[in-house]
Design a protein. Structure first.
Length: 271
């Protein structure tokens, strides 16, 4: 028997990268999955977003674990579309127990030239990673509470949410602001939902080996940039599975008393 048998996980940004890894690992441990992704590009983001085919591949991998997967194309900035996706998944799978607010983008901003471009990239970064997290929490709140069976929410943060990390550009400033902002959301919602046995936490990874940093536009594609990042432990990049393992613990019964925590997975970088 799996430690998540009978549970349903709602995951945003599930088309590839960390979101896909989380979906597959939770399915391996018994969870059914509602997998959501935007399925379209964001004009200000300098690399392609996950496609509908990517999301279908996530579903295939979940089903390969013997679990069910319901997919939906939805932009986390659109609370109506997100609510529709969750409601459809709940109708198909019988509820929701785990919520992973994972969707994210990273602007390199190396081509940013005008104030209008800076403002647009700021708006999209904050829109996806702060407003999108609020929207995810908000649409999940009612079903989680009304079911009366508790639950666990984990938000994907970043080391940038623990330190001041920006180059002054719109996208990177928005990224850092959003990742700081979700810590406040998590702590507030942990207090709000604790009476219903619903826990809310944040994970803060250092750089994770996904397309977000392994694309031609990313400054992180140059390994010498990693050498400039001070870490206490001899760790370069994390793999998506490393973050998934931490999330598995946070959503499991083993972490029954853990809520409102900002958990660094950063090899000591935030020290």
């Amino acid at each position: 028997m799996g430690q998540l048998d009978g549970k349903v996980a709602f995951i945003t940004g599930a088309g590839r990268g960390q979101g896909r890894s989380h979906a597959v690992l939770l399915a391996e441990h018994g969870a059914d999955v509602i997998a959501v992704d935007i399925g379209a590009d964001i004009p200000t983001v300098p690399y392609p977003m996950a496609t509908p085919d990517d999301l279908a591949e996530t579903a295939r991998l979940v089903e390969q674990q013997g679990r069910r997967c319901v997919t939906a194309i939805a932009d986390v900035r659109d609370i109506g579309a997100l609510a529709k996706a969750l409601d459809h998944g709940i109708a198909e799978l019988g509820g929701v127990d785990i919520v992973l607010a994972n969707a994210g983008v990273l602007h390199s901003d190396r081509t940013e030239q005008t104030l209008e471009q800076a403002a647009a990239r700021w708006a999209d970064a904050v829109g996806v990673m702060l407003t999108g997290v609020f929207n995810t929490l908000k649409v999940a709140q009612r079903p989680l509470v009304e079911q009366g069976r508790g639950g666990s929410i984990v938000i994907t943060g970043s080391t940038a949410g623990l330190k001041g990390m920006t180059d002054g550009s719109g996208g990177m400033s928005g990224y850092t602001a959003a990742k700081h902002g979700v810590v406040g959301l998590a702590k507030g919602w942990a207090k709000l939902l604790g009476q219903h046995d619903i826990r809310v936490n944040v994970v803060h990874p250092t750089a994770v080996d996904t397309f977000m940093i392994n694309n031609p536009q990313s400054p992180m594609v140059d390994s010498s940039n990693f050498a400039q990042i001070t870490r206490v432990l001899p760790v370069d990049r994390l793999q998506p599975a490393d973050v998934s393992a931490a999330i598995l613990w946070l959503v499991s019964d083993a972490a029954f008393a853990v809520t409102g925590v900002a958990l660094p997975l950063d090899a000591g970088m935030s020290l």
